[in-house]
Design a protein around this ligand. Structure first.
Ligand code: FES
Length: 102
């Protein structure tokens, strides 16, 4: 079980709990604004872009090479960017804070 906090571009804070699946799936299931998951989680749309709170990067780890390739196309990407379809929910993600990218 992991508690995951999303901060939307409207500065709304949404706390969700998940046990399995990807963070993108959890967000879409609960209508988190700004996370669409258009490609269904195959790392090819970047509509699940989030910025990880810097101190939480140890929980998520860095973006993979495939993610980095996708994120390079997004002007808002930075070193804390992840595509949350690539974040598998598990105990290690507990307490993570993710800012939904614009
Ligand atoms: S859902 Fe398409 S890249 Fe994550």
């Amino acid at each position: 079980m992991a508690k995951i906090t999303f901060i939307t571009s409207d500065n709304e804070t949404i706390e969700l709990e998940g046990t399995s699946g990807s963070v993108m799936e959890l967000a879409v299931e609960h209508n988190v604004k700004g996370i669409d998951g258009d490609c269904g989680g195959v790392c090819s749309c970047a509509t699940c872009h989030v910025h990880v709170k810097p101190e939480d990067m140890t929980k998520t780890g860095p973006a993979s090479e495939t993610e980095t390739d996708m994120l390079e196309l997004d002007d808002n990407a930075d070193e804390y960017s992840r595509l949350c379809c690539q974040l598998e929910i598990g105990d290690s993600l507990d307490g993570v804070v993710l800012k939904v990218a614009k």
